[in-house]
Design a protein. Structure first.
Length: 309
């Protein structure tokens, strides 16, 4: 038995993500949208411990507000654990201890990271050895961001965001992340985007969504200045319309030395790209001095992994 499986307990770490580019197509007949996204996993992690149990239970704590995280079967990590059990015919249960550092309902995929960690943890705990392909199939059933939390690194997502292909990203990109005290509902942000487009306030992309090739070139060149010039998030207008105070924080971050500030995913977490680690520290200090929570993170980092004891 490996060290990670000592005492029938497995520890898995999974990263949050940033959308470096996010183009949203028109709403489909089923209410969903096709998207094109450049994802990057960053060094803000969710920690999940899986322990053998009779039933399926979860406890949640963390350095962020976890009051809105469900502890019943609405919890994505619990659903992930049940999927693994069903897939392998496991008759027992599992208790998941989740320690969160990724903002809740913040657009950084924290719940998806929990689910990815639970998939990996239960696979290891029960000796299922499902393999990468099968785990990604289960992840896709849980939501568009879960497969990326498994993969990590930098990737391009198309379709509903779950059709992933790795993207070459050389070097390190430094970000300062500013979480908000209150989250935003992803469905609400998408619905507001549709409303803005219906009023012709903003226009949807022409044709199928795709990632700007200039973004891919900047990632391959490890060039944060070029990336800042071409990064974009179609959900940003809707998120800022719903939470206007975020505009002031974006302005402050850019005045403090960030190359660009953007809404992360559906928000309201903000991400500021810095040219190097030293500049990121300066941006973090300036934002912290304004009374904001500011976290210096970097990417790309690996996806969900077992942590050896």
């Amino acid at each position: 038995m490996s060290e990670a499986l000592a005492e029938n307990r497995v520890h898995v770490r999974a990263p949050g993500k940033l959308n470096l580019f996010f183009e949203v197509g028109e709403v489909q007949s089923d209410g969903y949208h096709d998207v094109a996204s450049a994802y990057q996993a960053v060094s803000l992690y969710e920690e999940v411990w899986a322990t053998e149990a009779v039933d399926f239970t979860v406890s949640v704590s963390g350095t962020v507000d976890v009051s809105g995280v469900p502890s019943d079967d609405r919890n994505l990590a619990l659903r992930a654990a049940r999927l693994v059990a069903q897939r392998i015919g496991h008759s027992g249960g599992v208790h998941l201890d989740i320690v969160k550092a990724v903002p809740v309902a913040g657009g950084m995929g924290g719940g998806s990271a929990d689910a990815a960690a639970a998939l990996v943890a239960c696979d290891a705990l029960w000796g299922a050895d499902l393999g990468t392909t099968e785990l990604h199939k289960l992840a896709a059933r849980l939501g568009a961001d879960v497969p990326f939390a498994l993969m990590g690194g930098t990737a391009i997502g198309t379709g509903r965001g779950d059709q992933l292909s790795p993207a070459l990203a050389k070097g390190r990109f430094d970000w300062v992340v500013v979480p908000a005290e209150e989250g935003l509902s992803t469905p609400e942000v998408y619905a507001h985007l549709d409303a803005l487009r219906a009023r012709n306030d903003i226009a949807p992309p022409v044709g199928a969504p795709e990632v700007d090739r200039s973004v891919l070139h900047a990632l391959r060149a490890a060039d944060p200045v070029a990336l800042a010039e071409h990064t974009r998030n179609d959900l940003q207008a809707a998120a800022l319309s719903l939470r206007p105070a975020l505009r002031e924080v974006l302005d402050l971050g850019e005045r403090s030395g960030a190359l660009v500030g953007l809404v992360s995913g559906s928000g309201p977490t903000l991400a500021f790209l810095a040219p190097d680690p030293e500049s990121a520290l300066e941006v973090q200090v300036m934002l912290s001095a304004a009374g904001l929570t500011a976290l210096h993170v970097h990417g790309p980092v690996a996806g969900a992994r077992v942590i050896r004891l």
